[in-house]
Write a protein that binds this ligand. Structure first.
Ligand code: PAF
Length: 278
């Protein structure tokens, strides 16, 4: 892959890159179409990265289907599908990690210790292998996008990071490979995530400035659904991810909820009256 990337760069062509953990859905495919339109060559990777899963998380049951993914990636315009094995990326003796101090101290980082260290490490490795000019990440993983932007800035990676809008099912559920785990009943419960984010957006637009009031309304809606356990609901600054004291500027509302045994995340920007959209 590194050799191919170097050849492409030497020929003066550009590379767009979409890193994934596979089990592709329309969200991934939209990132790929975006990448296809951006650069001369589109590379996608599929690698279920073990270092970003905690000991009690779903690494072993993470859904995988390489044959289906290959066909979908080809349809979406991927020129090179990079599918390394675990030993290729983490050979015996591997011991160098990339970690950040502040951003992982919020949101998912609190309930998934070590997760973002795994993400920054694998993304740094993939950038060094794929040598992209552009890399595209979904805004659904809002914190991941912020962490990667910061890593690229802090470590002077020569790549432009592009955030792409969350793709949703017609009923609002954000696309995620983990949706495959939801039973019919749990899928219905899961709709509350987007519903309460959309309600929060309306509350903010109507002038509600108190983040706690908005969070409490959302908490009540989620708790009313079967088999839901809230991990966090936060209203925070889109760059620092620190909780805000008032919704008096565009802020991000982010949440993580376990529905049955499946942990789902989602987020939405809230805009107080008169504020510009980002
Ligand atoms: O978002 C994902 O699928 C993963 O976190 C990523 C960026 C591919 C790193 O393993």
């Amino acid at each position: 892959m590194q050799y191919r990337a170097e050849q492409i760069r030497k020929s003066g062509k550009t590379i767009a890159f979409v890193p994934t953990m596979g089990y592709l859905h329309r969200g991934h495919l939209s990132l790929m179409v975006h990448g296809h339109n951006l650069a001369d060559h589109l590379v996608a990777s599929i690698f279920v990265n073990p270092t970003q899963f905690g000991p009690n998380e779903d690494l072993s049951r993470y859904p995988r289907d390489l044959i289906r993914d290959t066909a979908l990636a080809e349809e979406a315009g991927v020129d090179i599908l990079f599918t390394p094995g675990e030993k290729d990326l983490y050979p015996a003796g591997f011991e160098t990690y990339v970690s950040q101090t502040a951003l992982p101290e919020h949101l998912c980082g609190l309930s998934r210790p070590g997760h973002f260290r795994g993400v920054t490490t694998i993304v740094a490795k993939l950038f060094n292998i794929v040598k992209p000019h552009f890399a595209i990440f979904g805004e659904k993983d809002f914190q991941q996008l912020a962490v990667i932007r910061k890593m690229v800035k802090d470590l002077n990676f020569d790549v432009e990071i592009i955030g792409a809008a969350t793709i949703r099912e017609p009923d609002g559920l954000a696309m995620s490979s983990r949706n495959a785990f939801l039973s019919e009943t749990h899928r219905k419960s899961a709709l509350v995530l987007y519903r309460c984010l959309a309600d929060a957006k309306q509350m903010a637009a109507a002038g509600e400035k108190d983040p706690q009031k908005i969070i409490k309304t959302c908490e009540a809606a989620i708790n009313a659904e079967a088999d839901t356990v809230i991990d966090y609901i936060a209203i925070c600054h889109p760059d620092t991810l620190a909780d805000v004291a008032a919704v008096d500027q565009p802020v991000v509302m982010a949440l993580a909820v376990k529905v049955g045994s499946t942990r789902l995340i989602d987020n939405l920007m809230l805009f107080p009256p008169g504020s510009e959209t980002l």
